[in-house]
Ligand binder design. Structure first.
Ligand SMILES: Nc1ncnc2c1ncn2[C@@H]1O[C@H](COP(=O)(O)O)[C@@H](OP(=O)(O)O)[C@H]1O
Ligand SMILES: [Mg+2]
Ligand SMILES: [Mg+2]
Ligand SMILES: [Mg+2]
Length: 329
């Protein structure tokens, strides 16, 4: 099977990073959090997970570059020495061979510019850091992009119940997909026992369950309410952080994930979508931006030709995209 080795390495790297994140989330203290220059939060777990995943990829695929969300510049500052030593501690707990220097070097393997040529990985070590800090949903998201196309994706969702129909079931789900091979889920505790997943076949948008970000700064909640109103949707939408929303649509827990721009100049990051995108597509879903255009992962670190996201199960796609486009007028 194409990408068999890549998939195996990626699943194991995401599993380990998910363990690191779970351990950190359980007892996170103030000295393990930091605000980046753009004021967005980052934690020891974001840095630790990026170090772990990118060092694993470097060992298995030394010629593959990576586009990662985080970089080591803040960790190298004297004022963040304590934060940095905590990062190294967490990374070492999972991989004893990592030391301070190799942690910094691994994190900085994520500086690739992306683009349309060759292949590269893209990593969001914690997607939904704000959810992580609230003790809620987040995801470790890793994808492989080849000549501008997403060909493989793995989502580690440590707080997502394994059984979509039972919120009290075991928490910790791993979702993954390779282009043309379908989408699968396994418990994070047993990643080799995977089952195929697929989207729902609801064809009446009035019956569709919508999901969106918790954060009002990441999606326009008022506009999504207007859209569901226009479609006559009777079911209350639910809010959840991170690419767990792609997981929800991919396994039929929701029919629609809307991400509606809140700021005109914002460019979606490829690591916020690549893994979820391929999992959803392989589960039978469809995806476009808020103008109905296909997503273009070939343009660098951001989806600069797209605005927002509309991800749905197939039978409601056309009507939901139309409602989203109409809502812009
Ligand atoms: N103005 C904005 N519009 C859309 N997304 C934004 C945004 N500002 C930040 N984000 C992204 O929203 C992501 C979280 O998405 P969600 O709200 O679905 O959980 C963040 O990922 P990180 O948490 O990895 O930084 C960040 O990249
Ligand atoms: Mg971030
Ligand atoms: Mg993210
Ligand atoms: Mg992140």
């Amino acid at each position: 099977m194409p990408f068999e080795q890549e998939l195996q390495v990626a699943k194991e790297a995401v599993r380990k990073a998910s363990l690191l994140c779970s351990a950190a989330q359980a007892g996170l203290v103030d000295s393990e959090k930091h605000d980046k220059a753009d004021k967005s939060p980052v934690t020891v777990a974001d840095y630790g997970a990026q170090a772990l995943v990118l060092s694993t990829l470097a060992a298995a695929f030394p010629n593959d570059p990576a586009v990662g969300e985080e970089d080591s510049s803040d960790l190298r500052k004297e004022e963040n020495a304590e934060l940095f030593s905590r990062v190294v501690e967490y990374a070492q707990k999972v991989d004893g061979s990592l030391d301070a220097e190799s942690v910094l070097a691994a994190i900085d393997r994520g500086k690739h510019a992306g683009g349309s040529q060759g292949r590269f990985w893209t990593l969001d070590p914690i997607d939904g850091t704000k959810g992580f800090l609230r003790g809620q949903q987040y995801a470790v998201a890793l994808a492989l992009i080849e000549n501008g196309e997403v060909v493989l994706g793995v989502l580690g969702c440590p707080n997502l119940p394994v059984d979509p129909a039972n919120a009290n079931s075991e928490k910790g789900s791993l979702l993954f997909a390779v282009k043309g091979q379908g989408a699968f889920q396994a418990p994070l505790s047993e990643i080799d026992s995977a089952t195929k997943i697929s989207v729902d076949q609801i064809d009446d948008p009035a019956k569709a369950v919508f999901c969106e970000s918790v954060e009002s700064g990441h999606t326009a909640h008022g506009r999504s309410a207007a859209i569901t109103n226009a479609l006559g949707t009777s079911v209350e939408p639910f809010r959840m952080d991170s690419q767990c929303k792609y997981a929800a649509v991919s396994r039929g827990q929701a029919s629609v994930y809307l991400r509606l721009p809140t700021r005109p100049g914002y460019e979606e990051k490829i690591w916020d979508h690549a893994a979820g995108y391929i999992v959803l597509q392989e589960a039978g879903g469809r995806i476009a931006d808020t103008f109905g255009n296909p997503l273009d992962f070939s343009l660098g670190r951001t989806l600069k030709n797209n605005k927002g996201i509309v991800a749905t199960s197939p039978a409601v796609f056309e009507s939901v995209v139309k409602a989203v486009v109409d809502s812009a007028e």
